[in-house]
Design a protein around this ligand. Structure first.
Ligand code: NAI
Ligand code: MG
Length: 369
C-alpha cells in the first residue's frame, strides 16, 4: 500500500488539533497490522508566510502533490490581517485546491447519538441522520468569467459574476456522487434550479444521462435547490447523497452540517480526478472550521473534526474501511461516555481539553482493536 500522508497543521488551533491526529497515527502505526503510514509535515498559511514569505512554499507544494493524502488543519488569524493579498493565509489553501485539482468536496452530516439532543431540530428528526453532500468545488459562479465591477455612464456601478459549467465538469462530479452512493444507501438527489438557470438545465440533463447510462441501479431524484434547503430542515433523513454545484453546495452543506452539531465536529474531504495509471485520486482532508484564534493556545479546541477528517482519509484515500469505522466508533463512544470539549459541553458535562479528548479517542481505539 502506498501510504504517504502530508500534514499541514497551519495556524491557530490547527497545530493543536493536528497533534491529536499525529498521536492517533502513531498509535495505529504501532498497533494495527493494516497500517504503516509515512508522515511528513509542512507549513501553510500564516506560519508559512512567517517562515518563507509565501502562503505555502514550492517545496511543500511538491510534497502535497506527491502525497497520497494531505491532512490540513486551518489557516489565518489577526496576526496576518495586513499581509499582501497574494500571500494571505487563505491563498495556501486555494493554491492546494487548484494545483491538486480538487473538484469534489464531500461534507458529511452525521448525527452522533449522544449529541442528538444538541440539534436545533427535534431529536427524532436527526437521530440516525447520515447524509453526504457532494459539492462541485472548482467551477460555477465563484470562478466563472466575466467576473467584474464596471462603471456605467449614469454613475452607477454594475457587478457581474458568471455561473458557468461545462458538460465534463458536471459529468465528473456526478460520477463521484453516484460512486459514493453505491457505498452507502444507494440514492442520489441532485439539487439545481433548472426552472430559472441555464446552468441548471444542463446540470439536470447531464446528471440524468450519467445516472441512466452508468448507474441504472441507483435511484436518482431531482430537487430544486431552494426546496432542498427547506427539506433539509423539515425532514433531513429523506436524503442520502446530495450532489450540487459550488454555490448551492456551499449553502446546503452548511445547513446540513448544523443539523447535527457544532463547527468543531465537522470534517470534510476534497477529491481530485483519478490518476490515469494508478486510479488514485489526489485528496485533501480538513475540518470545516477555521483557525479559531479566540481559543488558540487554551486547550479548548475540539479535535473531533480533524480526527474525523483523518477518518475520511482512511476511507476514501486508502480504502481502510474497517479502520475508518473504528475511528467513527471511537468518536461516538467518547461522546457516549459524556466527554465534551467546551464547544459542545452542556450543563454538568465532563469538560476535557484538546489532548484529553485525543487520548480518550485512542483509549477507545485500543478497546475496539
Ligand atoms: P472559526 O471557524 O475559526 O471560528 C468560529 C467560532 O467557532 C469561534 O468562536 C471558534 O472558537 C469556534 N471553533 C471553531 N473551531 C473550533 C473547534 N475545533 N473547537 C472549538 N471551537 C471551535 O471561524 P472565524 O472565527 O470566522 O475565523 C477565524 C480565522 O480562521 C480567520 O482568519 C479565517 O479567515 C480563518 N478560516 C480558515 C478556514 C480554513 O482554514 N479552512 C475556514 C474558515 C475560517
Ligand atoms: Mg461555507
Amino acid at each position: 500500500m502506498s501510504n504517504k500522508l502530508f500534514l499541514l497543521p497551519g495556524d491557530g488551533i490547527g497545530p493543536e488539533i493536528m497533534d491529536e491526529v499525529k498521536k492517533i497515527i502513531e498509535w495505529m502505526n504501532a498497533n494495527l497490522d493494516a497500517i504503516s503510514f509515512e508522515i511528513d509535515e509542512g507549513k501553510v498559511g500564516g506560519s508559512a508566510y512567517d517562515a518563507h514569505g509565501a502562503a505555502i512554499s514550492e517545496e511543500d507544494m511538491e510534497k502535497a502533490m506527491t502525497a497520497d493524502a494531505v491532512l490540513f488543519g486551518a489557516v489565518g488569524g489577526p496576526k496576518w490581517a495586513d499581509v499582501p493579498y497574494e500571500v494571505r493565509p487563505e491563498a495556501g489553501l486555494l493554491r492546494l485546491r487548484k494545483d491538486l485539482g480538487l473538484f469534489a468536496n464531500l461534507r458529511p452530516a452525521l448525527c452522533y447519538p449522544a449529541l442528538a439532543d444538541a440539534s436545533s431540530l427535534k431529536k427524532e428528526l436527526v437521530e440516525g441522520l447520515d447524509i453526504l453532500i457532494v459539492r462541485e468545488l472548482t467551477g460555477g459562479v465563484y470562478f466563472g468569467e466575466p467576473k467584474e465591477i464596471t462603471d456605467l455612464p449614469d454613475g452607477q456601478k454594475r457587478a457581474v459574476d458568471t455561473q458557468l459549467y461545462t458538460t465534463s465538469e458536471i459529468e465528473r462530479i456526478t460520477r463521484v456522487a453516484f460512486d459514493l452512493a453505491k457505498t452507502r444507501s444507494n440514492r442520489v438527489s441532485s439539487a439545481e434550479k433548472h426552472n430559472v438557470m441555464k446552468s441548471g438545465v444542463l446540470w439536470k440533463e447531464v446528471v440524468t444521462r450519467i445516472g441512466a447510462e452508468e448507474y441504472k441501479n441507483t435511484p436518482l431524484e431531482h430537487v430544486l435547490a431552494d426546496n432542498c434547503a427547506m427539506q433539509l430542515v423539515r425532514n433531513p433523513k429523506q436524503y442520502d447523497v446530495i450532489v450540487c454545484d459550488n454555490l448551492f453546495g456551499d449553502i446546503l452543506s452548511d445547513v446540513a452540517a448544523m443539523l447535527t452539531g457544532s463547527l468543531g465536529m465537522l470534517p470534510s474531504a476534497s477529491l481530485g480526478a483519478p490518476d490515469a495509471a494508478s486510479g488514485k485520486r489526489k485528496a485533501l482532508y480538513e475540518p470545516v472550521h477555521g483557525s479559531a484564534p479566540d481559543i488558540a493556545g487554551t486547550g479548548a479546541a475540539n479535535p473531533i473534526a480533524m480526527v474525523a477528517s483523518f477518518g475520511m482519509a482512511l476511507r476514501y484515500s486508502f480504502g481502510l474501511i474497517k479502520e475508518a469505522e473504528m475511528v467513527d466508533a471511537a468518536i461516538s463512544n467518547v461522546l457516549d461516555k459524556g466527554l465534551r470539549t467546551r464547544d459542545i459541553a452542556t450543563e454538568g458535562a465532563n469538560v476535557v481539553t484538546t489532548s484529553e479528548m485525543g487520548d480518550a479517542i485512542i483509549a477507545e481505539l485500543k478497546a475496539l482493536a
